[in-house]
Design a protein around this ligand. Structure first.
Ligand code: ATP
Ligand code: MG
Length: 375
């Protein structure tokens, strides 16, 4: 089976690693250069979308900010999954919000802003404080503003106006500020036959808008709520593949923050912590195979390696510590790899994270250090 992934980053790389034992071969399409590349070596294997489509049995994506003309050509080939509508929703907060409303899942109150008048109306409708997010192109907390008081309105409007003017289809989505207790996410898969399997929820810590620490949790009440919302969204899209929902947990009530129509950073823990990892399950789904079990096998946390290209050798000596590099050149803040740390009990996981904090740099891993300081 030959699967083409739109995007040639770490998610395509990890799909390739998961697909190899199943004889599922991955090639990656770099949407910028239009080169077909090997997802592990980045060696150029060919060029052009037509060629790439021709060689593929199935086409999928590792990110949502894909030019619509590329998605449309893939759709016409009849080979694309999970559905181009899902990718378009993930890449445009206006479509995403409408989708959540139509699926009947709770999300933060919002308004769409294209003009100064819209901004005034949004402030009346949504209220302050509010979070303002560019409709297109946002990721890792980029393209966002926080409006807390009336004296900030003009300065923020000047920046938002420039953002709207830069792209003809751009707009801003204003959202009420949600006073959440914590952030959690649900990663799951829906098969071609409509079968839905979800992993245990992950509790997520962000540092400067980027995921830094993610831990699989077991909470039957929240899990049930999250699964119901997941199923509503996935069914409404007739989705096939792995999908992630990010939530705000407000006193035990979940509100969807956003969806990611793909394998997700908060699901990387499944490589060691679940029976079948998210990458294999995505491939199983899009290839029309039965889904693998999503059961937790060990308590697991995932630590993102941001902007660093080496780790202390001592980590290799820690039982249950698994290192995953992405083979990228070092750049400040860049997602370079992750560490999965597994344990047989919650207590042992805490002990291991505290031990890891002693080995890892405080500046580069603030979430691990904050965790250790609390335990
Ligand atoms: P991602 O990398 O997950 O795609 P993103 O840039 O698309 O990130 P969001 O997930 O929408 O952005 O927001 C980034 C973070 O900002 C959230 O994880 C959350 O911590 C905070 N945030 C976003 N929206 C709100 C809100 N309405 N109320 C409070 N905090 C918010
Ligand atoms: Mg997010």
């Amino acid at each position: 089976m030959q699967v083409l992934v739109l995007g040639a980053g770490q998610l395509a790389r990890m799909m390739s690693l998961a697909g190899a034992p199943l004889n599922i071969n991955i090639s990656a399409f770099d949407v910028g250069s239009e080169n077909i590349v090997h997802p592990l070596t980045q060696a150029v294997l060919g060029h052009g979308l037509e060629n790439a489509i021709e060689q593929a049995d199935v086409i999928t994506a590792e990110f949502e900010h894909i030019p619509h003309h590329i998605l449309d050509v893939c759709e016409q080939s009849g080979k694309f999954l999970p559905t181009t509508d899902a990718i378009k929703a993930g890449g445009d907060r206006r479509i995403e919000k409408a989708l959540l409303d139509n699926a009947g899942v709770k999300n933060a109150k919002y308004a769409v802003i294209s003009s100064r008048e819209d901004f005034t109306k949004a402030i009346e409708h949504v209220g302050m404080p509010m979070v303002l997010k560019s409709a297109l192109g946002g990721y890792d907390g980029k393209g966002q503003w926080r409006l807390k008081s009336a004296d900030q309105v003009e300065a923020i409007w000047a920046e938002m106006e420039a953002c709207i003017a830069a792209t003809s289809t751009q707009a801003i989505v204003a959202e009420e500020f949600v006073p959440f207790n914590r952030e959690v996410s649900l990663v799951g898969a829906r098969g071609k036959d409509g079968q839905v399997e979800v992993y245990p929820l992950a509790e997520n810590v962000h540092t400067d808008g980027v995921l830094s620490l993610s831990t699989a949790i077991e909470d039957a009440g929240l899990q049930e709520q999250a699964k119901a919302m997941f199923t509503a969204v996935a069914n409404s899209l007739d989705y096939v593949g792995v999908l992630a929902l990010e939530f705000f947990d407000v006193d035990g009530q979940l509100l969807v923050n956003e969806i990611a129509p793909r394998v997700h950073n908060s699901g990387h823990w499944t490589q060691q912590g679940a029976v079948t990892c998210q990458f294999e399950n995505h491939l199983r789904a899009v290839c029309g195979l039965p889904l693998g079990s999503t059961k937790l096998i060990r308590k697991t946390s995932m630590i993102n390696i941001l902007g660093e290209d080496s780790l202390p050798t001592s980590l290799f000596a820690m039982e249950g510590c698994h290192i995953h590099w992405y083979g990228k050149d070092k750049r400040p803040g860049r997602k370079m790899g992750h560490i999965n740390v597994c344990a047989d009990s919650n207590e042992e996981l805490v002990t291991k994270l505290v031990a890891l904090a002693r080995e890892l740099d405080k500046e580069a891993y603030p979430a691990v250090h904050a965790f250790a300081a609390q335990h």
